[in-house]
Design a protein. Structure first.
Length: 267
């Protein structure tokens, strides 16, 4: 299996004023991470030393995920702000499709679509580093760690129709491990953008390699694309599988085979 490389960058969607959807604080303003409430697991400072033999949070700052950085904005679970210009574009789209945006069933549709699009593309305002935060821990573990069947939903950038499926992500640590849920969050950072599956697979692998600095990373994505199910060739049972391997998974056939065997078990 050949290794893949992707270096694409994804811009922040601008607001009507031309500023980023989530602008960074002005020069001289306090860093949000530095003013986070005490006890925040993602932002708490690392302890000076381990106590009672328990692993301590890594005191090595992970590399910044520069290729995907937009203005960070912590996900609160609330609906993102709407955009008046985007609502106007949706209203005009309805008109071009022959609909009446003023009829009862469509009056609120432009606002709903604008809010939905902001939600579905919220990954532009986050990075892998934001998703992982401080959940890196020193631990001597040399075997593969695999999180499989991570649900993902994304939008095809060619037709803006959904594709959905599962991601299987593995890494071999090099002195430190990451909280398991953070791997799923990294998948969402890149899935919640306009995407192609090939690039999505590479971005997840490259981001984890940068932030975790492990001995190797491997990612497989299986997805169904509505752009070829509900239009075009209309093939309902088609599934696309992509993979990306880095480090020992690319260099060692035994490691790669172990990953693929476990990730695809039951298929």
């Amino acid at each position: 299996m050949s290794r893949r490389r992707t270096t694409s960058q994804n811009p922040v969607i601008p607001t009507t004023s031309g500023a980023p959807a989530h602008p960074a604080p002005p020069d001289g303003a306090a860093n949000p991470a530095a003013t986070a409430p005490a006890g925040s697991p993602a932002d708490a400072p690392a302890p000076a030393a381990a106590r009672n033999g328990r692993p301590r949070r890594s005191d090595v700052a992970p590399a910044t995920d520069a290729a995907s950085r937009a203005a960070p904005s912590p996900h609160t679970g609330e609906d993102p702000p709407t955009d008046a210009e985007l609502e106007g574009l949706v209203r005009r789209l309805l008109e071009l499709l022959g609909e009446d945006p003023a009829r009862a069933g469509l009056v609120a549709t432009p606002r709903r679509v604008a809010r939905a699009l902001r939600w579905l593309t919220r990954g532009y305002s986050r990075t892998a580093q934001d998703a992982i935060g401080g959940a890196l821990f020193e631990e001597r573990h040399e075997a593969m760690i695999l999180v499989k069947d991570i649900e993902l939903y994304s939008l095809c950038e060619h037709h803006m129709l959904p594709f959905y499926g599962r991601a299987h992500v593995a890494y071999v640590p090099d002195g430190r491990i990451v909280g398991l849920s953070k791997i799923a969050r990294v998948v969402d950072v890149f899935a919640r953008r306009l995407q192609v599956q090939e690039r999505l697979t590479d971005q997840i692998a490259d981001a984890l390699a940068r932030v975790l600095r492990p001995r190797g990373v491997a990612v497989v994505i299986e997805a169904h694309h509505l752009c070829m199910m509900m239009r075009g060739v209309e093939k309902q049972n088609s599934k696309t599988i992509t993979s990306a391997v880095r480090g020992v998974f690319a260099d060692c056939p035994m490691r790669r085979d172990e990953f693929l065997r476990l990730a695809m078990r039951g298929e």
